[in-house]
Design a protein around this ligand. Sequence first.
Ligand code: ADP
Ligand code: MG
Length: 312
Amino acid sequence: SQRASNMPSYPGLDRWRLLEKIGDGAFSCVYRASDTKSELGEVAIKVTKKYEMKEEQKKKLHDEVEITRKLDHDNVVRLIDASESVQYHYMFLELCPGGELYDQIVKFASLSEQMARHVIWQVANAVQYLHETMGVVHRDIKPENILFYPNSTTPREESKSTQSGDEEEAVSIADVGASDIGVVKLADFGLSKVIAGVPAATPCGTMSYAAPELFRKHRYTTSVDMWALGCLLFTMLAGFPPFYDEDLDIMRRQIMQGEYSFSAPKWDTISDGAKDLVSRLLTINPEERSTIQECLDHPWMHEDSEDKTPTN
Ligand code: ADP
Ligand code: MG
């Protein structure tokens, strides 16, 4: 393929044809790739440059692989395999062809309540599995790490082949009903930790979604993911995050004081149920904040029966 010829080649990846770069990070690049042996189909390969990493960062990479390897849930991106060369580390991941939630929010400014419910429900199911079954805190829940796995990619493939240009149409959630978005998957366990009863104390994660207790240097636990879920739900509904300032000191103060608002005009049209769930998640005191079970049991989660109706 023409596209493949523009791609870098990595030692030990001979079996794979790299098709396009789909993600970029500090130490890693993520590619869509196809199996030349036609056994595994298309996958996402997360390539990490080990040679740029300090020992501590390599340890984190090791943790990411070990945690992801143990996870087995439909709303969590699955690790198919991992391997490495002297300089690079490779994670072979289940490909999510629908891309990031982040791009959908940017593209459509905000999501309908029904759509936001569909997404948060599935992310919350992933989080319940992590917290209650696996004793894992994700610590980096945000729209960039939430990926779409459309129910059917067949119509997209067909329409692509009839298009003249080589512009690729991303699957857009505005073109489909909530029940057609398909599966939503949580990715990127690069900051996650196994807690197993022992609260972790390392401050890390993305500032904008960081819980207040992270700045108070308290030991923290699964509650940080619940705060991030509140930020996520707010952002999907409003199209902008609850706490944001270019000045990080100001943003930290906003977060620590729980200073956000359901501002007009955007929030005027959003239901009281949605606002209630957001405020239960964005509760400063982690002891009072919604747990994952309380979040899943919240009436707003169950208000609209349409997106839980079986499609067959
Ligand atoms: P980082 O630790 O650099 O943030 P991620 O694991 O979050 O790495 O991957 C970076 C980006 O690559 C994601 O935000 C997403 O756009 C893309 N990506 C990662 N894994 C997949 C996947 N399995 N399917 C599709 N895209 C992916
Ligand atoms: Mg990421």
